[in-house]
Design a protein. Sequence first.
Lengths: 238, 177
Amino acid sequence: MKRFYNPDDFKLIYSQYKDLLIPFATLVAGIFLVIYFIIPQFNNFLTSRNQVAQENIKLKNLKTQLDYLTSMDDNTINSEYNILTNALPSEKAYDSILAAVYVASGKSGVSLGDFSFKVGELKDSQKTTTNLNIDLNLSVLGTVQGVADFLEELQKTAPVNQIVSVSTSSRGGQILVRFYYQPLPPVNLIDGQSVIAISPKEQKIIAQIAGWNNLQNQESVAIPQGTISGSFRTNPFQ
Amino acid sequence: MNDQINLVSPKEGLDKQEKTIKIVRIGSIVFLSVVALVAVVIFIINMTYNVANVQKDEESTLVQIEQYKQKSAELFVVNNRLSNISSVISKRKDYSSLIKSILAIIPDGANSNGMELNEEATSLSLTSTSLLPLQTFLDSAKSLIAKKQLIKNVVINYLSANEKTGKYSLSVEIDFL
């Protein structure tokens, strides 16, 4: 039987190419290194680079938030909190609404007639994100100019309100005012996402609201009271 | 004689082969060295681009932010109230200015009987013992429309005369800009 291969042939080939064997093995090792190490490591590098870039952005935001929080004055934020929670109460603040009407009438020089509330739902929805409201229908006794002054004052008086309709006559006017309130939202402080800096434009709005009437009569808050400017006390219940 | 016939001597051929082998050897070693160097460099770079380090920094910053929990909560509520109040302020109509603007164009001799203002429309009724003040009022309104100030349109609902009181009544509907 003839053998399929001849050992002498191998010996001949080996002796002929033995000098190239090591360089060949080296090349093969290099190619293996490229395929099984360098390419995966390079892919890993690209992925890591993207991840690091994203995490760096996140870190930068967190640092900015931290800087903002550390630089923020305690009294200022307390004061802003009080002003705004009084301008938009967290519940139906009837006393505050009546005080607002009295303040506006006092400042505009008109007399108040009958009034009626449209209460709406008695149970507040804690999950709502939109503003809830109470409608107040009231009659004002005075001149048309007096009614206009009353409306102007009412718009600058807390709680935040909106005139829905006005009907004037020679004796005064009938006004439908919508007072707003909203339950406090659940505070979610995950990953510092809730720390949003107050812009200069928003600061202007706060300053404008701080000048409103009837900001003192407000709901009690758990946070220490800050200084509130531009307000005066005329709560008829106190 | 053989040496003279064969142009390449066996010794010369052997030298050339050895030279080629040498080049191949050097080339393969250089190739492997470069590959190894690249592998080491890329490995080191990967070690330095470690997400865990950044995440560790993030965690420590979050711990620091946690210390300002009360402030963060207040700020969150402040932002929430601000956006809600701003939305109310932006949508409310300044009826006070509208009334004052209308009063400003009512001439002497005419009296405002009543005004109705709401989201949809504004209506006004005037009375006067003469038609002239009513005409003056309409002219003023017309002038404002022409100047594109305050008023967009005025529609006369009716103009009537009452023999008993001797007064003229004018009722108009006003569209504001």
